[in-house]
Design a protein around this ligand. Sequence first.
Ligand code: DGL
Length: 259
Amino acid sequence: MSKQPIGIFDSGVGGTSVFKEIQALLPHENTIYLADSANAPYGSKSPQDILNLSIKNTEWLLNKDCKLIVVACNTATTNAISELRQKYNIPFIGIEPAIKPASLNSKTKAVGILATKGTLSSKLFHNTSSLYSNGVQVIEQIGEGIVPLIEEGKALSPEMETLLKRYLKPMITANIDYLVLGCTHYPYVLPLLLKLLPKHVKIIDSGEAVAKQTKAVLVHNNTLNTSASLGKHLFYSNASTSVMETLLGKPYQVDYLKF
Ligand code: DGL
């Protein structure tokens, strides 16, 4: 059991930011990553379409004999994870915007959240947000257009900077001291966010928490890979592989998959 891979999927290349956290914390684990880039972005799709795509991704990973699946996509997690957990007898780890730590730690009592339409309109996000945002102003912003630009390899382009400037303006005006990244693609625009936000604003995402939770579940289920050698990592994409290879950096290679 323990040598079986961890399966990871996202609507595209963004979940590689989560893969990196998992690989750093669990270097002996084997992983298989599936990027459904041909169907990105998920964020503007209906909850039913997001669920159907999540089921398709899950079944592909299950055929690869994964022992656990990380839904490395906030949009898929917030719209589909409870159905996936009901349907399949395997542990699922999801990713959700870190609204709780941001709201609890905010001194200005104003936090910003950048996420997809699908995440911000989900019941799961609403429940978490209303539970923890007591007395804190949460400025929600749909990151329309950010995912497609990243998928095209334009994460740090002038077009991206123009978009982000527009999205951050109301947050800066509201004097936020935390910005929550509610999409696994967004860590790839971090240099621009740091450039555009006032210095006191802290930026948080949930990638590291997901890696910790993955480890905790593997330990609890006694399914950690106890091998002394480093894990093997396979990456598949149903669109261009070069953008993902650039984001992953050497030595990783991405294979094209008709999917
Ligand atoms: N990485 C996905 C997320 O975390 C992007 C969603 C999309 O494709 O719109 O939500």
